[in-house]
Design a protein around this ligand. Structure first.
Ligand SMILES: [Zn+2]
Length: 304
């Protein structure tokens, strides 16, 4: 009963304030992340912002994450930049993009100390597909990431999944978090698949966001100043489009998980520029498993 009441109160808070995550204590969030076996997620969603990593805020540390790859051209160039600055990142890949040309890039990423994680099989919006389709896609995607680790001769023990579009939890007929738990039990015999979101969004997928804008948004999240968000609009023919919107950060987070996409060329120079700034200003990199909210505390191995 208490759990239901607590959940209800959190929902009420979240609906009143999009920054409700900041009102939750770190303990609340960590407890919520720990797959409590007695709890089932309901169809009432509190939104992904509850899964920020507040332990990183104020830490002057960032964890880079890149979604939607691998990309044959850009991913290797981003790896070059990361290598030059000795920064380790997590790549949330769309596993349908694994092929004979991209597999060696992923193996290289693992050999250079990065983490490969799942961003689904085909980048479908999980709120738009049924339970069986979501479950099958999730399971096959995790097995394909495992195959990347196998190809590198490595064991995948830090298992992360990120929902495309950060979308989950709006269906009445099932909740994606419950399916995640089922699939995790089937593959690992334990709750091993951690869902990971982000604190700092570079909006790098917006067409008119430049490499300099990406770097500027990242800098502003540490030292304040100009940053870039986006807005949607309709053109004269009624098409839905997106454009960048500058805004000012007065109270920077000074730490967090960063969202970028390695399918966009702008992140080669954008990342390099930010990493140079970070190096000059004592801002350090970290990785998901080093962050309190994303620590892997279970001994996770694929059953087969
Ligand atoms: Zn994505």
């Amino acid at each position: 009963m208490f759990l239901f009441f607590a959940l209800f109160m959190s929902v009420a808070q979240a609906q009143n304030c999009s920054l409700a995550a900041h009102d939750m204590t770190l303990e609340d969030i960590l407890a919520d992340k720990q797959y409590p076996e007695e709890r089932r997620y309901t169809s009432t969603d509190r939104g992904f912002r509850q899964y920020e990593a507040p332990s990183t805020h104020g830490s002057n540390r960032f964890a880079l994450t890149f979604d939607d790859g691998p990309h044959e051209i850009y991913t290797p160039q981003i790896l070059d930049v990361l290598k030059a600055y000795d920064v380790k990142a997590t790549f949330f890949i769309v596993t349908d993009r694994i092929n004979a040309r991209t597999m060696p890039i992923l193996v290289r990423a693992l050999q250079e100390g990065h983490i490969i994680a799942s961003h689904s099989a085909d980048h479908a919006n999980s709120n738009e597909i049924g339970e069986a389709a979501f479950k099958a896609s999730l399971k096959s995607s995790l097995l394909k990431v495992k195959a990347v680790y196998d190809a590198a001769g490595m064991d995948w023990q830090e298992i992360y999944f990120r929902y495309p579009y950060a979308a989950y939890g709006t269906r009445a007929d099932y909740h994606q978090m419950n399916v995640l738990q089922q699939v995790s039990q089937e593959l690992f015999g334990d709750n091993c698949v951690q869902f990971a979101f982000w604190d700092i969004d570079t909006a790098d997928w917006v067409a008119d966001i430049t490499p300099a804008d990406v770097a500027q948004t990242l800098k502003a999240n540490f030292v304040g100043g100009r940053a870039y968000d986006f807005e949607s609009y309709r053109d004269a023919r009624g098409r839905l489009l997106y454009r960048k919107v500058p805004f000012t950060i007065n109270s920077p987070l000074k730490g967090g998980v960063v969202l970028q996409h390695d399918i966009h060329q702008k992140n080669i120079e954008g990342t390099r520029s930010f990493l140079e700034f970070a190096k000059q200003n004592g801002i350090e990199s970290t990785t998901l498993p080093e962050i309190e909210e994303f620590k892997v505390e279970r001994d996770c191995h694929f059953l087969n």
